[in-house]
Design a protein around this ligand. Structure first.
Ligand code: GLU
Length: 280
């Protein structure tokens, strides 16, 4: 069985213990399966990506004793591909230009109906104000996927999950996608593609068969599967792993410098200490 996986950090801050866990787990799983481990630099957000953080990623992962296939893929080399795909989805009639500001979106959500979720894996669920407005793409604050129309084309669809919390086969349902996810953002004027669109293209372009990442992204997976089906791309197997939390049970974030791998290194920890800390 072919096994190709990856770690895809964004170079917007220091890698912390959560990244170390994700990296070592994916690397170990690839090794056990006789597979391949890629590193990808998710520098989609050029306003926040920094070269020195990218260099720190290479340095920290090397120190952790990990090796990866080269060349390393960088999202910033593929903006034209994202754009072409966006174009394809719009030709299929599945996208629209949204001119709503954040304030408009919040105002439209001001009278929540009981039992109807307000937030999904792409943030606040969009009310659909611009869905049939026919705004010009040049005026857009963002480009959205019409989730109902997309699901009508993409479903039936399912994915296989082997992580600790949701192991099994997950079939996507049209009504659930519309009410709990909604019209997700695919691109913005200053961002060639949203995370959802780029991750689907990047994983397919590098032949990833096994996506290993944190449990916080489990709910977003259904969006990725819809996009894969629309674009005729294969759906990988998924493994969403436990999140490494701080002493208060909070998920680690880039700003948690106290948990940065670089900090542990400076304090004299060894890669084996890091493995023990994250329970590997
Ligand atoms: N750049 C994304 C992140 O750091 C990658 C997530 C993924 O593995 O799909 O969260």
């Amino acid at each position: 069985m072919t096994f190709i996986t990856r770690l895809a950090p964004s170079p917007t801050g220091p890698l912390h213990l959560g990244h170390a866990y994700s990296a070592m787990l994916a690397h170990d799983m690839a090794q056990v399966a006789g597979g391949t481990f890629f590193l990808r630099i998710d520098d989609l957000d050029q306003s926040r990506a920094r070269l020195h953080w990218e260099e720190q990623i290479y340095d920290d992962l090397t120190w952790l004793d990990l090796t990866w296939e080269t060349p390393v893929r960088r999202q910033s080399d593929h903006f034209a591909d994202y754009d072409a795909t966006l174009h394809k989805l719009s030709e299929m009639g599945l996208t629209y230009a949204c001119t709503c500001t954040r304030r408009d979106i919040e105002a439209a959500a001001n009278a929540p109906q009981e039992g109807v979720p307000q937030f999904g894996p792409d943030g606040r669920i969009y009310s659909g104000t611009c869905r049939n407005a026919g705004h010009a793409y040049s005026d857009a604050k963002c480009i959205r996927l019409n989730m109902r129309a997309a699901c009508e084309k993409a479903l039936p669809a399912h994915f296989e999950e082997s992580g600790p919390d949701h192991a099994g086969t997950h079939a996507l349902g049209l009504d659930t996608m519309v009410s709990t996810v909604g019209d997700v953002v695919l691109a913005r004027p200053n961002m060639a593609a949203s995370y959802h669109l780029s991750v689907v293209l990047d994983d397919a372009a590098t032949g990833v068969t096994d996506v290993i990442r944190g449990a916080d992204l489990f709910d977003a997976t259904a969006i990725h599967v819809v996009l894969q089906n629309l674009l005729g791309l294969p759906t990988p197997r998924y493994h969403h792993h436990k999140l490494i939390r701080d002493d208060n049970g909070k998920r680690l974030a880039k700003r948690d410098d106290a948990r940065a791998i670089a900090k542990y290194r400076a304090d004299g920890a060894s890669p084996a200490d890091i493995r023990a800390m994250v329970g590997l």
